[in-house]
Design a protein around this ligand. Sequence first.
Ligand SMILES: [Zn+2]
Length: 386
Amino acid sequence: MQICTKCILPATFPGIEYDHDGICNYCHDHEPMKVRGEEKLMSVLDKYKNKGDKYDCIVPISGGRDSSFVLHQMVRKYQMRVLALTVDSGFILPEGFRNIQNATEALGVPHVWLRDEKAIATAKKNTVLKFQGWLRNPSIHTIVPVLNSGDKTMNLRMLRHAKQNNIPVVMGGNFIGNCSFEQEHWKRGYLGVYADDRGAFSTRDKTKLVFLFGMEYLKNPSNFKYPIFREYVTGGSVYFFERLFRPNGVDSLGFYDYIYWKEDEVLSTVRNELGWEGAADHTTTWRIDDSAYPLINYIYFRLVGFTEHDEMYSKMIRENVLTREEALQRVSRDHQSEWIHGARLRDSLEELGVTKEQLDKALDAYKEILYRTVLKKRCKALTIGS
Ligand SMILES: [Zn+2]
């Protein structure tokens, strides 16, 4: 399959086109990532210091590398009175728990868990129903909403906790611990809707997405059950209109909007200072804390031949923080890693009541349809049938 000669995006990437030198439109349109800078961050943080009762800010921590780094910086470097907080939506992997414990202990910061047993039980049950229905009628547009059941109201719950405890600000990565390289809005591109560089959709595009996801919901009769309907409505409203539900008087900031994300610095800091560790069976250190992603990445890999890691490395190449050779080496390891092919995948499938054979059969059958429909429309550079 053709891939860009500058980054590594393949011809199955939504909206991709190559020029006569084989360079993709995403490379051509790339604008260097801009951050507001440390000076701005310090003056913003000054506004919040000693404003709350016991704490100046909440730092959400997922157990991943980037939120652990934010926690470290807020406590050690910027001397904020921090409350670490984790919303456990029932999908945190053991590596995540271990890293959360190590980080909060190493820094001596108080940590609270928000865990709603009833919501977790419903989310798990819904995921089984949704995934089994999805397998009967797969769609590339709904892989994430079907499998990632947990975290739709996560941000709101953190903000409400801040409000109740008179904590003036929640300091996330880009709010929930992603850096600006780690965004998955490109997945909406298969619907023909594209976000801007910061992952934001225009109001018109949001409306379009609500309509398109509504259609996706209706296409699958397995979705016509009240708990699933409720999850889609809540998820949709929060995803697209979260601002309307936010409590007043609590701000939210994204650390990586101010400080440029440097993978080496993030990793060496969290490893050396917080005892952070990646997953033994994974070749990357991103998103090793979320149990939905081995299966999500496996499905993307099987259907379109790449995962979100390829997209992230491509951005890093454009930003000159990773060479194309290194990126190619990384993806060849990632694509074959135990993480997406091994025990995690089998565990997820077992929980979902599906065998690997059933999954592969459904994906292979859908792949043929996918190439003739969605990819034909969205991936002009792809030679269908070759
Ligand atoms: Zn490119």
